[in-house]
Write a protein that binds this ligand. Structure first.
Ligand SMILES: Nc1ncnc2c1ncn2[C@@H]1O[C@H](COP(=O)(O)OP(=O)(O)OP(=O)(O)O)[C@@H](O)[C@H]1O
Ligand SMILES: [Mg+2]
Length: 491
């Protein structure tokens, strides 16, 4: 089983003002792009309002009645200048409206995506920089898989909020208000009929939303577990294969994989239900409007063109509701990711240090009553010793006795709980970590190679590549090593 350490608590908020406020510095620099996208919204909505009356007026003209009065200036738009024939003129206007609409949509998408990607790049960079400055203590208890999720999936998910979240929500709201107003302006009685479904849909949305939230939380948990298991299996592949764990790992993975699928299917189920409910409500309303509209057309109270405009506007009014639940889950996942990113950003980094490094180091090392524990269990208790400059010493002890720990303390990778460590009589806490480490060479017990050439790993930012020499001596059983003595295990 994957330990519970990988299971994160999902956060259920859809919108959290405090979280979004913290995003502001990242967005502020791009205010021009945001303003541009927001300014396009009215234009985008107005362009959507044009085809209805144009086609409605064309219909009226085709059946030989004049333009509907109720459409007012909307119908006046369809009046051809001079003595141009009306229908081709309307077709031309329709084409124009669609071309403008496409242009506006293009500009809107592009500006939001560019803004989002720029902000994301900044956040990702800050997070990476921050993670590198966290104390080693932090990495002892934070699984790598989770860190990678933070820097990858979570950042992406915040990005979605930029593209399809915030500005899109403003646009949706604008469109709904605009079309509702237009509907009431054209014919308030018909408009009331058109709005009948709204309270019903709101009720359905609230109930389904609550369900979606719960399932969504489950999906996140399963994703975290899948990621954790993938990461651990891949990093530990040597162990997995050595101990022939493949079969059992696969069984475990299959279980999580299945739970993830089930959670997803449930969430899609609710999503589809909401979508279908909106679709049904819209169609029922249209049927109702047709019936009621036909009655009034019969009484000569209403033109055919108006009825067409009505149906068209009503569809546009309901459209944003249709994918509400999809937007809802985008916002929810973005908020959850944002919160996790902030949790990570709030981890205290190693303090920025002042102080001056000694130019020349003689190399005297003194441990004075050093006591240290990684967590609760003491690894070093009251350790004191002195190493004179130039002196060579070896720390000998059984495995796990704390030899490496002594070196980690000397390098200030960890800080002792009590006692102090002196280099040339100077408390190492007064020496900036960078400077302290520059004076020491540390060969790790477990070699870690970064991806790339061996030479790159040897130089690793310290020596220029030209100074790295790699001997090309293939190892054979006869390769002798000067100064090596074969150790024979004693029985
Ligand atoms: N990051 C860590 N978090 C918690 N405990 C740790 C951590 N690193 C080491 N320990 C524990 O501290 C103790 C001392 O570890 P250390 O690596 O210093 O031993 P060592 O003497 O170098 O052993 P070896 O001879 O195997 O290299 C061990 O019990 C080890 O399990
Ligand atoms: Mg060791």
């Amino acid at each position: 089983m994957i330990p519970d350490i990988h299971e994160e608590v999902a956060i259920g908020k859809v919108y959290d003002a405090a979280l979004v406020r913290r995003l502001w510095p990242y967005l502020r620099v791009h205010w021009r792009l945001i303003a541009f996208a927001l300014l396009l919204i009215p234009l985008y909505s107005l362009v959507q309002a044009l085809p209805g009356p144009l086609i409605g007026t064309a219909l009226d003209a085709l059946i030989g009645v004049g333009p509907s009065e109720e459409l007012g200036w909307l119908a006046a738009l369809a009046d051809p200048p001079g003595d141009l024939p009306q229908i081709p003129w309307i077709s031309f206007l329709l084409f124009l409206a669609m071309a403008i609409g496409a242009g506006v949509e293009y500009a809107r998408m592009l500006s939001m995506t560019v803004m989002g990607q720029r902000a994301l790049r900044q956040i990702r960079g800050d997070l990476f920089d921050h993670v590198q400055r966290l104390p080693l203590r932090f990495f002892d208890s934070y699984p790598v898989g989770r860190l990678v999720t933070r820097l990858g999936n979570d950042i992406e998910s915040v990005g979605e909020m930029f593209y399809s979240g915030l500005v899109q929500l403003v646009a949706d709201l604008f469109v709904m208000i605009l079309f509702a107003s237009l509907l009431f302006w054209i014919d308030w009685r018909l408009a009331l009929v058109a709005m009948v479904a709204v309270p019903m849909l709101a009720g359905a949305a609230v109930i389904l939303r609550w369900k979606v939230r719960q399932v969504y939380r489950l999906v996140r948990l399963k994703i975290a577990r899948i990621n954790a298991q993938l990461q651990e299996t891949i990093t530990g592949m040597k162990v997995v294969q050595l101990f022939a764990r493949e079969r059992r790992n696969y069984e475990e993975f299959r279980e999580v994989n299945k739970e993830h699928r089930d959670a997803w299917i449930t969430s899609i189920n609710y999503d589809s239900l909401l979508s279908a409910a909106v679709e049904m409500a819209v169609n029922l309303t249209i049927a109702f409007i047709l019936w009621y509209g036909a009655l009034r057309i019969g009484r000569g109270e209403l033109g055919l063109g108006v009825l067409y405009v009505f149906v068209d506007y009503m569809r546009r009014f309901y459209r944003p509701l249709q994918d509400l639940s999809a937007k809802y889950s985008v916002m929810q996942s973005s908020m959850a990711s944002l919160e996790r990113i902030y949790q990570l950003l709030d981890e205290e980094p190693e303090a920025h240090e002042l102080g001056q490094a000694p130019q020349q180091v003689r190399g005297e090392i003194v441990f004075e009553n050093v006591t240290f524990a990684y967590k609760d269990e003491l690894v070093l208790r009251d350790v004191s010793f002195r190493v004179a400059p130039g002196e060579r010493i070896a720390l000998v002890g059984h495995t796990g006795s704390g030899k490496t720990t002594v070196l980690k303390l000397l390098l200030r990778l960890y800080e002792p709980q009590a006692g102090r460590i002196l280099v040339d009589g100077l408390d190492i806490r007064a020496i900036p970590r960078r400077d302290l480490r520059r004076h020491m060479a540390f060969v790790l017990q477990d070699v870690f190679l970064f991806t790339g050439e061996l030479g790159y790993n040897i130089g690793l930012g310290q020596a220029p590549q030209s100074e790295v020499r790699l001997p090309r001596v293939p190892f054979t059983s006869r390769t002798s090593c000067a100064g090596c003595r074969m150790a024979t295990p004693s029985r």
